[in-house]
Design a protein around this ligand. Structure first.
Ligand code: CS2
Length: 492
């Protein structure tokens, strides 16, 4: 931002919350926008409503921009709630410290190991768990995991950092702790527990035994369902904050008004009264997660890929195209919905309508390239279970196949097909492998066979379902020849 006469956001600002009594009870891995507009906001609401001294130490992975800016702003930043009716601004002010793992690798495990830390939470995206989407197990051959297994002092993967932190607790004081995954993964608590234990089990025998015994006795891994659409920060939001709040904030976070957090109440060493801040503690978290990961995230993926292929930069631009909305409704209602059981008190028709209202929030500017990124990991969470359920009951899930086809059109374009700039902007760890498969394929059918059948992009079970693979290939061919809107119209 150009030099501005405005003062920088600081604790002296009138609207800044009181932070002096906070203690660092939570260490959070993944200091991205989502955490800062979700858990941090719930924590502030809980502190305001019910008191307590829970503060958060935010750990970024590589980039120092957010921690540095927070330090320059008394650890504060602004959440900008964006709706078509206007904006509102708030300052959660729940962080007591922030740093970057890449710059201070030894500090991560030490902070998790500190006796006053009672929760280590994570929003590291699907990609941050270092697991094989094929098997669901730890990616033991990944060089980063191998390095973390040998270099105890400077772990770089979140799972390595957590295990090293737990080891330090076991040795130094033996205090219990909760590991809280807040990522969009089915059964995220169970998933994290499995990976943590697998990593611990690969340590030298005596260390492994000691660590696993500590985990059994002193660590819990509740599952959670998190929900709030949080786009990337742009210059627009910095300017808006400057104009409306009268201070400079380098790292404001835009977010939609809707927010939801459902958690299992299995905390080994206490927790903030998040329910007083609007969170829901429930014994039906896995139902909420399935609902969210399929109806919201799964449909979101289809809207993102069809949107990118039709030149739509944002989700609202995409979903306002009638063929895209019709395809989104079809996949949600006919293919995702039969695979979920509504949690008590949730009305699925109302849930669906609310999703479309949220996706139409034009003011938010949520980009198709952001939702379309990391599809090789995200789609594995979203498509296989409902697709297999449909196939097993004799139905072809045409719109799930369309989701896979639109993804391939974006990430593995066959020679002569240009998916456009929004697809090119999608980041995906499988991009190189997919590009290679596209080079080797002489038809859409062959590409679908290679990626889904041989590479198991959507898991082993779907890899054996020829009907699904053939339908994906057909729809990919329609996209290539007649465009994404034609494929959306013809899919059903
Ligand atoms: C989106 C999610 O990027 C994606 O895949 O579907 O980030 C979505 O916006 C959030 O999960 C909403 O809670």
């Amino acid at each position: 931002m150009a030099a501005s006469p405005l003062p920088r956001l600081s604790g002296a600002y009138d609207g800044a919350p009181q932070r002096s009594g906070l203690r660092p009870g939570i260490v959070h891995l993944g200091l991205g926008n989502f955490h800062r507009a979700h858990q941090a906001v719930y924590t502030r609401a809980a502190l305001d409503a019910a008191g307590g001294d829970w503060g958060i130490v935010g750990v970024g992975s590589r980039s120092a921009s957010v921690p540095d800016a927070m330090h320059a702003q008394s650890m504060l930043y602004t959440v900008v709630e964006i709706s078509p009716q206007g904006e509102s601004f708030s300052i959660p002010g729940t962080h007591t410290d922030a740093f970057t793992a890449a710059a201070e690798p030894e500090r991560v495990a030490a902070t998790i190991g500190a006796a006053e830390t009672r929760i280590v939470s994570l929003t590291v995206t699907e990609n941050g768990y270092y697991y094989s989407p094929r098997t669901g197990h730890l990616a033991v051959d990944d060089p980063a995991i191998q390095r973390d297994l040998t270099d105890a002092a400077r772990p770089t993967t979140p799972i390595g950092q957590i295990v090293r932190g737990l080891q330090s607790r076991a040795r130094a004081h033996g205090e219990s702790i909760t590991v809280l995954s807040c990522d969009n993964l089915a059964e995220n608590g169970r998933h994290t527990e499995r990976l943590v234990k697998e990593f611990a089990g690969l340590l030298p025998a005596a260390e492994a035994a000691e660590t696993l015994a500590f985990i059994e006795r002193h660590v819990t891994f509740p599952s959670t369902m998190v929900d709030r659409i949080v786009p990337a920060t742009t210059e627009h939001y910095r300017r808006l904050v400057a104009e409306r709040c009268g201070y400079r904030d380098e790292v404001p976070v835009p977010a939609e008004p809707f927010t939801m957090w459902v958690l299992e109440d299995r905390f080994a060493a206490g927790r903030p009264e998040w329910e007083a801040g609007g969170a829901v503690f429930s014994d039906e978290v896995s139902r909420y997660e399935e609902l969210k990961v399929r109806l919201l995230n799964g449909t979101h993926s289809l809207i993102a890929y069809l949107g990118a292929l039709t030149g739509a930069a944002t989700i609202p631009e995409s979903v306002r195209q009638p063929q895209v909305e019709a395809a989104a409704r079809a996949v949600l209602r006919d293919e995702y919905r039969p695979s979920v059981t509504a949690p008590r008190g949730v009305d699925l028709d109302a849930y669906e309508e609310e999703l479309f209202t949220r996706w139409r929030n034009t003011a938010l500017g949520h980009r198709t390239s952001q939702v379309g990124s990391d599809g090789s990991l995200k789609l594995r969470q979203r498509i296989p279970v409902p697709a297999l359920a449909a196939l097993d009951s004799g139905r072809t899930p045409h719109f799930l196949a369309l989701t896979a086809a639109a993804y391939l059109a974006c990430l593995a374009p066959l020679p002569g097909f240009d998916p456009g700039p929004h697809a090119a902007a999608m980041v995906d760890p499988a991009r190189t492998v997919l590009a290679r498969q596209a080079e080797l394929s002489s038809s859409s059918a062959e590409l679908a066979r290679r990626v889904l059948g041989e590479q198991h992009l959507l898991g082993e079970e779907l890899a054996g379902r020829d009907e699904f693979i053939a339908r994906t290939g057909e729809l990919l061919d329609v996209i290539r020849r007649h465009g994404a809107l034609a494929a959306a119209a013809q899919a059903g």
